[in-house]
Design a binder for this molecule. Structure first.
Ligand SMILES: Nc1ncnc2c1ncn2[C@@H]1O[C@H](COP(=O)(O)OP(=O)(O)OP(=O)(O)O)[C@@H](O)[C@H]1O
Length: 225
């Protein structure tokens, strides 16, 4: 197996003095390329904080983080933005789609903004992904008119646009009914299997976690299982 990322001795504190909260307390974790892992743990245990650090959206207070051989603690903001755009996709509980944009426009828009233009290749990739997500009939629908499950599948397609090695999903099914949640998870599993994309999925739902090959449990700022 190839190591995709490794964090070690991660500490993250918020606030100072009496208000200081130590959220991560020396957490270490290795993710292999191609894993599909659930991130579990009680509310407040630090799951979102860890995902935000792994997504390079926030630096740890101390500790090491390397992905694909790049030291992401030493990297500056420009390097981090570039790295994130190329290698990491995000799916959140609230999909954050632009309601007046169609499904396809939502999927292609972030790439178009980054590249300064919308290319035919990007549109083709967007169509292919939406079709894989079972949304071929909804490609040109305004996203406001899609169901919650459909919107979340658009969000998964958007996260995959740039063929990231890693997708971080923070409670991606938290807002969905059971059937829609299972459908989103099935599609994630299919992408994981077919394209080798690594997924780390935080969830409170044991059934959702059960669909992942590995469970990582966080408790009190450390990996406990
Ligand atoms: N920016 C911040 N400033 C201060 N405290 C914060 C900040 N972000 C998170 N925290 C605190 O860190 C702790 C962990 O939060 P985090 O959101 O990582 O937990 P979680 O495991 O994702 O919880 P949940 O399952 O409820 O989403 C909480 O006590 C939270 O209040």
């Amino acid at each position: 197996m190839t190591v995709l990322l490794e964090v070690s001795d991660l500490i993250k504190t918020f606030g100072t003095g009496e208000a200081e909260t130590r959220v991560l307390r020396g957490l270490s974790l290795v993710l292999e390329a191609g894993e599909m892992a659930a991130l579990l743990g009680p509310s407040g245990s630090g799951k979102s904080t860890l995902l935000t650090i792994l997504g390079t959206l926030m630096k740890p207070t101390s500790g090491r983080y390397a992905m694909l051989g790049t030291d992401l603690v030493a990297a500056d903001d420009t390097e981090l933005t570039e790295f994130r755009n190329r290698h990491i996709g995000f799916v959140f509980q609230f999909h954050n789609l632009l309601p007046d944009f169609t499904a396809l426009e939502n999927v292609v828009f972030p790439t178009a903004v980054r590249e300064g233009r919308e290319t035919a290749a990007a549109r083709a990739r967007g169509r292919e992904l939406l079709t894989r997500m079972g949304l071929a009939e909804r490609i040109d629908f305004p996203s406001a008119n899609l169901s919650g499950g459909q919107k979340q599948r658009v969000a998964v397609a958007r996260a995959l646009m740039n063929r990231p090695e890693l997708v971080l999903a923070d409670e991606p099914t938290g807002n969905l009914d059971r059937a829609s949640a299972m459908q989103v998870m099935d599609l994630i599993a299919e992408i994981n299997r077919d394209e080798g994309t690594t997924f780390l999925i935080s969830t409170h739902d044991e059934k959702i976690a059960g669909l992942c090959r590995r469970k990582i449990v966080v408790g009190d700022g450390l990996v406990t299982g």
